[in-house]
Design a protein around this ligand. Sequence first.
Ligand SMILES: [Zn+2]
Length: 669
Amino acid sequence: MPKADGQAWLRDGLAITALGVAMLAGGLPAHGQVAPKEPEPATLRHNAEFAKNLPFADRRDFDDAMRGFIATVPDALVPGTGPRPVWTMKPFEFLKQGEAAATINPSLWRQAQLNAIHGLFKVSERVYQVRGFDIANMTIIEGDTALIIIDTLSTAETARAALELYYAHRPNKPIGTIIYSHSHSDHFGGVRGLTSEAEVAAGKVRILAPVGFMEAVIGDTVSAGVAMSRRAQYQFGILLPPGPRGLVDTGLGKALARAPVTLIAPTDTVDTNMDKRVIDGVEIVFKLVPGSEAPAEMLMYFPQFRVLEMTEDVTHTMHNLYTIRGSEVRDGNLWSRYIGEALETFGEGTEVLIAQHHWPVAGQARVADLLSKQRDLYKFINDQSLRLLNEGYTPAEIAETLRLPASLQQEWSARGYYGTLRHNAKAVYQKYLGWYDGNPADLDPLPPVESARKTVEYMGGADAVIARARLDFAKGEYRWVASVMNQVIFSDPTNRAARELGADALEQLGYQAEAGTWRNAYLVGAMELRNGLPRIAITGTVNADTLKALSNAQLFDYLGVRLNGDKAEGKTMVLNWNFTDSNQKFVLTLENSALTHVAGKQAADAGATVTLARETLDALTARQTTFADAIKAGRVTIAGDPRQLEELWSMFDTFKVMFEIVEPRETQR
Ligand SMILES: [Zn+2]
């Protein structure tokens, strides 16, 4: 692929989404890249040993994943407008060979095969799912007169493709209701592929979401969104070429779709736990589960069909109490309790359990078995981590010590393909005790670069460290080699030998990892050590749909996050804001390098009073226009000194998504 094209599709694909996640599947142009390497003998031994201890003869998941199959389209292909498709299973064809590749953990290989199954499936009378057309599922319920759709996939393109697949094989009923099961973008981001704002405004399509949905969407995407989107490239392997030495799976689904996330605000919320509603002849019991897998989330029970929708609280993986892209930690005790309650309340009346990722489980006994094991899985992680921290163990020690009981180890759905026991145990520590392990030597140590320089100097210099690390690499001690090479790289990022040995160690760890997320993180780290930071100019801005969804107060908070404290040093400003669309008034104050706001007021001593519609402030925030141009166009009126606004706007940082992770930032060298 010519370089210019490559840059263009990367820019398209990396358009920052509502989640703040760069949405891109597929790989970088291979031109000029250092190729991945062979598996080392220690990796071959590790993966062979791993396979011995797992129940590969149990093929029920494969039967479950194919049950009710109706049809699909070749490779689940969803073309895009650019040179690359938005979605395709084609690059994952290598998974069709029976034997796991030597460069892939055999347990992950199995999960990756399951996640490669795609199509339209009948779950029960009037309940259908489209799976494998995005990282998540679309569930379609046939109401008396119209469709009820649970979750929209993550992009308009994949959502439309899933609906078309359904219509190709089922009667052409219109969509009456869309339900967002929870506040993660792979469950609402495709909404504009199913309906439009006009249809929703006209009442033709209702959108139902759990209480707190919009607040949760915003909380997850705006404040720390840029950092999360960069880290998500590691978690999801967004720039990693698919293949036996590259992207295999995310654990939760195949990959991220490569198109922007969209959002239309819900028209109705479920506020009451166990709310029973009849929607178009379909009875639904909504069980609210806030603070489990997402801040706003709900399960659904369909008594007529004996179907239990566990959304994302029960899937075929150990999920995340902490996501390595970064997020607030989740409460394992609460999560477990919700699953237990679902089992108690709906277990006996359930014939089929579905979720918004992975495949259904049929049969009352098997449903109860899955629910009880998932309940115990999160309870075990929570309680045993707490037990160990109360015995004085620190996060790394807890992670190293904890082992699942054999009964859960042998359970495919309890294995860590997305979350892992190790990082989830650390999440429990973080929830209760925070980042500090209590040891004052760790209270205020030197930061990475200074610490690395001293360490490497004390160890006799980079060459001596690398020579010894090579011996450890030969012995298969990849965790240590990755970590000690990180020290050498942070002391001198131009040390080619250190970068290569560090990359080699990360790569072997990737080949051994059972979790798709860990494999991706290791392999992206190796790729960036070998090839440097991908040269993609992309700035992290909140996308238009999300920006529009922010309240005025939230928008001012977002601007506060962008305020550069150094540039604001010594500056004082008081600005009145007057919104013509909502009639809301605000006083915005800059003082002590902090931007604060008070609603419902105007200050008598303001330096300027700004009158504008909210959409104009959105355009100014996204730097699509300037105050000078907006004034000229009649979109803003400023009483007082307009230069204050230009000055304030010059203090806002525009974030670059592509910051360094496996090496020091450019400015620290
Ligand atoms: Zn999801």
